[in-house]
Design a protein around this ligand. Sequence first.
Ligand code: NAP
Length: 258
Amino acid sequence: ELNEKTVIVTGGASGIGRACVARLFDEGANVVAVDLDAQQVQAVIDHLGADERLVAVAADIADAERVDDLVATTVNRFGAVHGLVNCAGVRGVGSVIDVDRHVWDRNLDVNLTGAFNTTRAAARATVDAGGSGPIVTSPSTAGVEGVPNRLAYVASKHGLVGLTRGAALDLAPPGIRVNAVAPGMIRTPMTSVMLDDPEEAERIRREHPIGRIGEPAEVAAAIAFCCRTTRASSPARSSLRTGGSTAGTSSTGERPDD
Ligand code: NAP
């Protein structure tokens, strides 16, 4: 279903985004992998075989002009944008008492405004071309419940859930499906600080009733499902890939989709 479709993946150099680049490429899509570091994102492409269906772009998604440029570049190269997977993200530490203002700003700029920049640019290009397609965001369970000492991250991810829901309604008429895939704890460079500490890893594992930490490829499978199927078509449907960790606490009333 993804043959000849072009999907932009932000955060494509690492973790979940990297797994999405591989999965969507395997499923036949043209994939534009976007990340901050040119060499790291190019290395991901090279690892997959430097195919002409793969392009690496270095860009900061917090920079709206740069995001518009990368979408224009994608249209020039492949003729259209059919999908967007928002995986770029940062995770700052700090409580409401002591969070550093720079950490607050960067979390909001990347996790929320960055996702707005990419969603707006991709949606405009898709609508201008008379097309339809999927947009996926990756809010985290921190988008639906609080986490101590992660104030900026929690606030940005709650905002991202709102962005997903609002955009889903705005973009339903032209046929653009906007969905959130909200993982629990997944083993990636973002979480290695916690998971490399045996006591912390055990505490986190106990919070996940499936009894283990998730892997990026599992989240990529859920995101690929959102990209290729019309079954995930209800606006802003949330897929909580939480390993069951929010099964007893979700305030959204939505059933985890594990
Ligand atoms: P990751 O391994 O750190 O990958 C995120 C990538 O995004 C990194 O390569 C990072 O580059 C890049 N990035 C950061 N800021 C950027 C910007 N302004 N423009 C472009 N790229 C940028 O993280 P991950 O664990 O795969 O997480 C992917 C997404 O899933 C994030 O939005 C995260 O919040 C969300 N999520 C993750 C988990 C989890 O347990 N891992 C759970 C729930 C949700 P640098 O490394 O250079 O900063």
